[in-house]
Design a binder for this molecule. Structure first.
Ligand SMILES: [Zn+2]
Length: 246
């Protein structure tokens, strides 16, 4: 944040070009300064990586730098609005943080890129699901006739886990999505895109106040002459990109 006696638009533009988030003109009263800082903070969102590995968690010394957990990322916006991307083992670390620092209180959208184990298998251990009053919407793509609710619930039926998803204390709803744009609270925009990965794997581009961050996982690179959808459908010919457009 730049605090300056220069009040010309030229100076403000220069500050912005130099990556300043805000520009306050001197002399400034403490209350005005505090309000300016608050405006800047309210226009920002943060990204936290709770798990970044694929396939398997690897709790060993040489994975300390990036952590040994599988996929889970959060984006946190003003007024404690939270988006969670994937529920690999990283979501347990997030869970511990929410239970410790927020008394377990959380309401959030949870976007599931695809239901491979490393993206969903710690879902049942997310303790805020057991806190009454919390609300969650779990968002993902259908796989054939299997809805997101089917896919998440299946790993928690009583053969695999002692608590059904319907028995957890929080309110949990599900939404199936395709390639589309979702808007939350009028100012968080999520654009989805089918990725090059077996079955329906979705990437997310999140835009807030002119800034964008993408959560893209498991995307498989392809050669210059290869269409990525062809690459994908070649691996599973029963699914076309149109399958995602409901
Ligand atoms: Zn995968």
């Amino acid at each position: 944040m730049i605090v300056s006696g220069k009040a010309y638009d030229f100076d403000k533009r220069r500050a912005k070009q130099a990556s300043a988030d805000g520009y306050i003109i001197k002399r400034v009263k403490p209350a005005t300064f505090a309000a300016g800082v608050r405006d800047i903070v309210n226009a920002c969102f943060s990204v936290n990586y709770w798990g970044v590995l694929g396939t398997l968690p690897v709790p060993r010394h040489n994975s300390l730098r990036y952590g040994g957990n599988t996929s889970c990322v959060t984006m946190t916006f003003p007024n404690e609005r939270t988006l969670i991307f994937d529920a690999g083992t990283g979501i347990k670390t997030l869970s511990d943080s929410i239970m410790k620092d927020h008394g377990g209180k959380l309401s959030a959208h949870i976007f599931i890129s695809h239901p491979h184990w490393d993206h969903i298998n710690e879902f049942p251990f997310f303790a805020p699901f057991c806190v009454p009053g919390n609300k969650f919407k779990v968002v993902g793509a259908k796989h054939g006739e299997r809805t997101t609710e089917d896919l998440i619930s299946a790993q928690m039926d009583d053969v695999f886990f002692p608590i059904l998803v319907t028995d957890m204390g929080a309110s949990i709803s599900f939404q199936d999505i395709g390639e589309e744009t979702i808007t939350i609270d009028d100012n968080i925009v999520i654009e989805t895109m089918l990725l090059s990965h077996i079955e329906n794997c979705v990437g997310f581009r999140v835009t807030f106040d002119g800034k964008s961050v993408c959560s893209v996982t498991d995307n498989e690179l392809y050669t210059q002459n290869q269409d990525f959808r062809t690459n994908r459908t070649r691996r599973n010919s029963s699914i076309s990109s149109k399958a995602l457009k409901f």
